[in-house]
Design a protein around this ligand. Structure first.
Ligand SMILES: CSC[C@H]1O[C@H](OP(=O)(O)O)[C@H](O)[C@@H]1O
Ligand code: HPA
Length: 246
């Protein structure tokens, strides 16, 4: 039985190493997930994969149906969700194309359907979210990184912005004052919805650019793409070492 789901982000719309066994179209009370769920064997273990921006990366961060995605994954019976996300690096100690594992998140998004507890389907509940990421899954990621001899930076804070535009330099200054080390657009409400469904959730982030105002000049998309490719190869290697431990 599948116990682990992987949510792919920018630069990870397919899992090359996944030996696909089936695809499943899922309809949820909250609408359609980003695409059909893909089941397959990854390094000998059954996993389910869902690229959050859709198969051809057509869904921008603020239009992703996070509720449908998490609900669909929960319905498969998985208990653990590993999210992959590209981010901008705010802190100087984070290198380009490096991997980092968040242990905290600050939500700057707005207007996204961010809870399951507003429909008749489930009773009003206020979930604890003190520690938004699963310590057990984070430790597994750290062990896998050590096994793969990959450098990962632990314990960073992810600032989740609305997008799809990138931030201003002043916004990044504010995020840094707030304690954010990286910035991305999809961390919320994904993490909170996973918690509402009692799914263990952790994220592996790839620093693909210096955040706005943190380097000379503007954010260059061609370099970002290049950094993304290098970073996602590291993620693939990390996953290969994670699966046998998971
Ligand atoms: C300039 S790329 C911005 C895009 O990449 C990240 O996506 P994901 O978190 O799904 O990897 C970021 O959140 C934005 O959606
Ligand atoms: O600089 C960024 N800002 C927000 N999201 C991002 N995703 C990759 N880079 C960035």
């Amino acid at each position: 039985m599948t116990d682990l789901a992987i949510i792919g982000g920018t630069g990870l719309t397919t899992l090359r190493a996944l030996e696909v066994t089936r695809r499943e179209v899922v309809h949820t009370p909250f609408g359609e997930p980003s695409c059909p769920l893909t089941y397959g064997q990854l390094c000998g273990k059954e996993v389910v994969f869902l690229p959050r921006h859709g198969p051809g990366h057509t869904i921008p961060p603020h239009k992703i149906n996070y509720r449908a995605n998490l609900w669909a994954l929960h319905r498969t019976g998985v208990t653990r969700v590993l999210a992959v996300a590209a981010v901008g690096g705010i802190s100087a100690h984070l290198g380009i194309s490096e991997l980092a594992i968040p242990d905290q998140i600050i939500d700057y998004t707005w207007g996204r359907a961010h809870t399951f507890f507003e429909e008749d389907l489930r009773q009003v509940t206020h979930v604890d979210f003190t520690y938004p990421y699963s310590a057990e899954l984070r430790n597994l990621l750290l062990k896998a990184a050590a096994a793969a001899e990959l450098k990962v930076v632990d314990r960073i804070t992810y600032g989740a912005t609305q997008g799809p535009r990138l931030e201003t330099a002043a916004e990044i200054d504010r995020l840094e004052r707030d304690g954010c080390h990286v910035v991305g657009m999809t961390g919320m409400p994904e993490a909170a919805l996973a918690r509402e469904l009692e799914l263990s959730y952790a994220a592996i982030t790839v620093i693909v650019n210096r955040a706005a105002g943190r380097s000379e000049g503007l954010i260059d998309m061609a370099s970002l793409e290049q950094n993304l490719k290098i970073g996602m190869e590291k993620v693939r290697r990390l996953l290969e070492h994670l699966i046998p431990l998971a």
